[in-house]
Design a binder for this molecule. Structure first.
Ligand code: SF4
Length: 346
């Protein structure tokens, strides 16, 4: 894995991002037939690059199968990348940062709160388990578990001795958050972490996450199919389509002036509380194409209402737009690309 360390422009100062990802790739071979021969490759993550500044939340959105959860799993080393570089505070994972350190410093909270917990461990044991196997004395690990239970709003006297089946989904997710915090991580990846909760519980857990971020200086990667929740939680938003980043930028720019036709279609399909802004038709028709054999050129061209000749022939590079740190990969944004709507080359 190799790529130069990136910097994030903020208020005119170049600062080292907490998390920096460059050219990340994960392709899954498909095997079939009698002898398990390779029959194709799923390009789940195909050259993904982004930075997350310290204390920021990067929201990741896209339809299912776009590669957002595979990206999350690559970030916590649940699966190994085929190519690309991941840096934490400038240290290269697998180089000057060991995988063991990465697993401590980057924690993940999953959607399924029940499957994430061992049914045979009490809540106290579940939280203390990680620190204990990393060398913390038992008494200290138990004290830590109690203080974290308290911090996530579960009174230790009532909850420390309970088993996962004795808790509600929201309570279990609070325990999973406490478990992640037991490692004092720098980055927490939240993969659809509130999606299975009902709306009132979801709001409480989101508020807890916001408080913890401010209090502990955490950096989040927040993955969700719910664009309203992503807007509420994120400082920056990354839009993925078929394993690639099609647009990334500050939350206001993505929601206020989206540039990529896919981002615009996703946002147009978002339910609005304002009756004047409701769309009756889903602007995105059909399913994404097969990631085994993605379309040539711009991968969105088979569904894009603005596609032109150049779109199927040439893959668009990411273009920096007017707002700092706002990038989109679309031929319309590329001066002189040959797309009928692009500005002519100066
Ligand atoms: Fe649509 Fe072409 Fe832009 Fe792709 S490059 S999003 S097909 S206009």
């Amino acid at each position: 894995m190799s790529a130069p360390a990136a910097t994030t422009p903020r208020a005119g100062i170049q600062i080292e991002p907490t998390l920096s990802v460059a050219g990340l790739k994960k392709h899954f071979p498909l095997k079939g037939g009698l002898f398990g021969k390779s029959t194709g490759t799923v390009r789940a993550v195909d050259g993904v690059t982004f930075d997350v500044a310290q204390g920021d939340t990067l929201g990741i959105v896209g339809e299912s199968g776009c590669g957002k959860s595979t990206t999350a799993r690559l970030l916590v080393d649940l699966i190994r990348p085929d190519d690309g570089a991941i840096r934490l505070d400038g240290k290269l994972v697998g180089g000057d940062l060991t995988i063991r350190d990465l697993r401590r410093q980057v924690q993940m909270v999953f959607q399924d709160s029940y499957a994430s917990l061992n049914p045979r461990l009490t809540m106290e044991e579940a939280i203390a388990f990680g620190p204990r196997i990393n060398g913390m004395p038992e008494t200290k690990a138990t004290q830590l578990a109690h203080s974290l239970l308290n911090r996530v709003g579960l009174e230790p006297r009532r909850f420390a001795g309970r088993y996962p089946h004795e808790l509600s989904g929201g309570q279990r997710q609070r325990v999973n958050i406490a478990r992640a915090l037991a490692f004092s991580p720098k980055v927490v990846i939240l993969d659809e972490a509130v999606s299975a909760l009902d709306k009132s519980v979801e709001a409480q857990v989101l508020n807890l996450l916001t408080e913890l971020k401010a209090e502990l200086g955490l950096t989040y990667v927040f993955i969700s199919h719910d664009l309203n929740v992503v807007r509420y939680m994120s400082d920056r938003v990354m839009v993925m389509y078929l394993g690639q980043v099609v647009e990334i930028g500050p939350v206001d720019a993505i929601y206020g002036s989206p540039t990529h036709p896919y981002t615009r279609a996703l946002l147009a399909a978002m339910p609005s509380m304002d009756p004047d802004k409701r769309t009756m038709e889903a602007p995105l028709s059909g399913d994404p194409p097969n990631p085994i054999n993605p379309p040539s050129g711009c991968r969105f061209h088979t569904r894009c209402a603005l596609a032109d000749g150049v779109c199927s022939a040439t893959e668009p590079s990411q273009q920096i737009l007017a707002t700092r740190g706002h990038l989109a990969a679309c031929h319309i944004a590329i001066r002189g690309s040959g797309h009928r709507l692009a500005e002519a080359r100066a």
